[in-house]
Design a protein around this ligand. Structure first.
Ligand SMILES: Nc1ncnc2c1ncn2[C@@H]1O[C@H](COP(=O)(O)OP(=O)(O)OP(=O)(O)O)[C@@H](O)[C@H]1O
Length: 298
């Protein structure tokens, strides 16, 4: 992923200068192992080929510009977080990448294949966990995995082994014969993730994969995704958990009002402060909650 210059203040929101940030030198950081791994992975991935590229990807809904000329390049073996406030355009961008939402203009290619010119070929290379997941929930978990595999061209001979291993990895073995409609929200998310992986894609595009997932399962999923990128796969993931993004991703793109306002390695974007602090200053969310005095006294 290309790196942008240190992000400028967002002009439409607040012309005032940002509050002074503590100097990086004042902070003593003891990186957790996953942060260190992500850092090393980010450096190594820069030498790998680009597997996913968006070029000035734009989506308009009438007068609303939901995505504005979004250009992102993802290398093999890279784990990228896409962050932004509610309504910023993350789902819009991810769904255009996955071939689910047609761009108004711009281009997406995966391994050089145009997602919107050759959808079937491109979609075999991408595993998708869309927003507001709609599963065929009258099927059992086992049936859903089977059909996800068949639809992506996986040979039947390997399907049952893959389904069993994925169910085990996501802790769903005992639920495989139950209808997906009976699954909890977190279980549905996990079966959706398993379906996204069953055809062994090179690129995973995951919209809020950790939403509704319990902490132990979240650490399992993180481990699965880290192994996936260590093996040369690439992950593009949106999340509102900046702490999670900072811990597991090597790159990050910050989207505000449809436009990428900062992107690069996590370290470059956060610039010596936490990703959450940087996010707040980029999106000008420090003022939230002001003016509700009538509520506080009730
Ligand atoms: N089908 C649609 N028709 C009209 N407007 C839409 C449609 N889908 C999304 N939008 C608008 O596009 C903008 C971006 O929405 P999007 O869902 O991409 O945001 P997001 O960053 O994923 O938000 P969140 O964090 O809340 O999930 C929003 O203003 C939203 O209202």
């Amino acid at each position: 992923m290309q790196e942008t210059a240190p992000p400028a203040p967002h002009p439409a929101r607040d012309p005032e200068p940002a509050p002074a940030q503590p100097r990086p030198a004042e902070r003593v950081e003891i990186p957790v192992p996953s942060v260190q791994r992500a850092r090393e992975r980010g450096v190594a991935a820069a030498a790998n080929p680009i597997v996913l590229r968006t070029e000035e990807l734009t989506k308009s809904y009438g007068d609303l510009l939901a995505a504005a000329e979004v250009s992102i390049a993802v290398h093999a073996g890279s784990f990228i977080g896409v962050v932004g406030p509610n309504g910023a355009g993350k789902t819009t961008v991810l769904s255009m990448i996955s071939g689910l939402n047609r761009p108004t203009s711009g281009r997406v290619t995966v391994h050089g294949i145009d997602v919107w010119a050759d959808g079937p070929k491109a979609k075999r290379l991408i595993g998708t966990l869309p927003d507001r997941l709609r599963l065929f929930d009258r099927l059992t978990g086992a049936q859903l995995l089977y059909y996800a595999g068949v639809l992506h061209g996986v040979e039947e001979a390997v399907l049952s082994t893959r389904a069993r291993e994925l169910a085990q990895a996501f802790g769903l073995e005992s639920a495989l014969e139950r209808p997906v409609s009976d699954y909890s929200a977190g279980m549905q998310k996990k079966i959706g993730l398993a379906c996204a992986m069953i055809h062994a894609p090179g690129v995973l595009v995951l919209d809020e994969p950790f939403e509704a997932i319990d902490p132990v399962s979240a650490s399992n999923v993180t481990e699965i995704l880290e192994k996936f990128v260590a093996g040369g796969g690439s992950v593009v993931m949106s999340s509102h958990s900046l702490d999670l993004i900072q811990r597991v991703c090597d790159h990050v793109a910050v989207i505000v009002d449809g436009a990428v306002i900062a992107q690069g390695t996590v370290d470059a974007v956060r610039g010596g402060v936490s990703l959450e602090e940087r996010f707040r200053s980029l999106t000008r969310t420090e003022e939230a909650g002001k003016g509700l005095e009538w509520l506080h006294g009730s």
